[in-house]
Ligand binder design. Structure first.
Ligand code: ADE
Length: 251
C-alpha cells in the first residue's frame, strides 16, 4: 500500500562480490515505513546519509542499505519511480517487492498468509479501446521461482494492483477478470519498470485484510498491520536466506 510521504521509505541493499554468477545485489522495494522497519532491523540496515543519497532532491524516499550474508538490501508510487531510480543507480540482480495486500477468501487467502505473485496486472487503468485496453491492464508473468515456492512452502496467486485501498465496483470487475487472489498498490508498477530494464522481480505479499469479507477494509488493515508485517518480515528473511549464494537460475 502506498503511504503519505512521511511514511515513504525505500529499503535498499547492495553487495560484496560473491561466487561466480551468484546473486549479489538485491533491491527490496517497500511502500510503508511500518512494513519496512522490521526488515531494516533484522538485516541491520542503516539509513543512507544525506551525502550518500541516490535519489533526486525532493524525492520522499529513504534508502537503507547493508550487507547480509554478502547480500546488500533497498525499499517504494513512488513504487515505479523508486524502482526506476534504484535500477539505474544500484543495478540490482533481483528485485523483491515486499508489502501487505488485501486477500480474497474465495480464492483461498487468509489473514497473515504470505503469497508469491505468479502474475501481476493493474485493475484501475481503464482504456476501452482495442489494444490500448490490454496495455492498461498491463498483465505480465512474474519471474518464476519454483524452488523458492517449493522450499518455503509459500502460497502462489495472481496479484492485482491499483491506487486505492478500497475496492470500487469497477475495480472489483477488473480484479475478477485479472483472476487475482491478492490486491496491492505497487506490484504491477514495480513489475513494469523491472521488465523495462530486464531485471527479475518477485513479489512477496502478506494479507492484512479480506477484501471479500465482512469487515471494513481500512479497519481490518490497521488492526492487522503490525502482526502481519511480522509474518512478512519472516517470509522476506527466508527468501533472502534462500537466495544467498545462489544464481538467478537456481531460484
Ligand atoms: N494493502 C493491504 N491491504 C490492501 C488492500 N485491501 N488493497 C490494496 N492494498 C492493500
Amino acid at each position: 500500500m502506498a503511504p503519505p510521504s512521511s511514511e515513504e521509505p525505500a529499503a535498499a541493499a547492495a553487495a560484496e562480490p560473491a561466487g561466480a554468477g551468484a546473486i549479489s545485489k538485491v533491491l527490496v522495494v517497500i511502500a510503508m515505513q511500518t512494513e519496512a522497519l522490521p526488515l531494516v532491523t533484522r538485516f541491520q540496515l542503516v539509513e543512507a546519509a544525506a551525502d550518500e543519497s541516490i535519489f533526486p532532491k525532493g524525492a520522499p524516499w529513504t534508502r537503507y542499505h547493508g550487507d547480509y550474508k554478502g547480500l546488500h538490501s533497498v525499499g517504494t508510487v513512488s513504487a515505479a519511480l523508486v524502482t526506476y531510480a534504484c535500477i539505474q543507480l544500484l543495478k540490482p540482480d533481483l528485485i523483491i517487492n515486499a508489502g501487505t495486500a488485501g486477500g480474497f477468501k474465495a480464492r483461498g487467502a487468509g489473514i497473515g498468509d504470505v503469497f508469491l505473485a505468479s502474475d501481476v496486472a493493474f485493475h484501475d487503468r481503464r482504456i476501452p479501446i482495442p489494444v490500448f485496453d490490454s496495455y492498461g491492464v498491463g498483465a505480465r508473468k512474474t519471474f518464476a521461482t519454483p524452488n523458492i515456492v517449493k522450499e518455503l512452502n509459500l502460497k502462489v496467486g495472481k496479484l492485482s494492483t491499483g491506487d486505492s485501498l478500497d475496492m470500487s465496483p469497477h475495480d472489483e470487475t477488473a480484479i475478477l477478470s485479472n483472476e487475482a487472489t491478492v490486491k496491492d498498490m505497487e506490484g504491477a508498477a514495480v513489475a513494469y519498470v523491472a521488465d523495462l530494464f530486464s531485471t527479475p522481480a518477485i513479489f512477496v505479499k502478506a494479507v492484512t485484510d479480506i477484501v471479500d469479507g465482512e469487515k471494513p477494509t481500512a479497519e481490518e488493515f490497521l488492526q492487522n498491520l503490525i502482526s502481519v508485517t511480522m509474518a512478512l518480515d519472516q517470509a522476506v528473511m527466508q527468501v533472502v536466506d534462500f537466495i544467498s549464494g545462489k544464481c538467478i537460475s537456481d531460484l
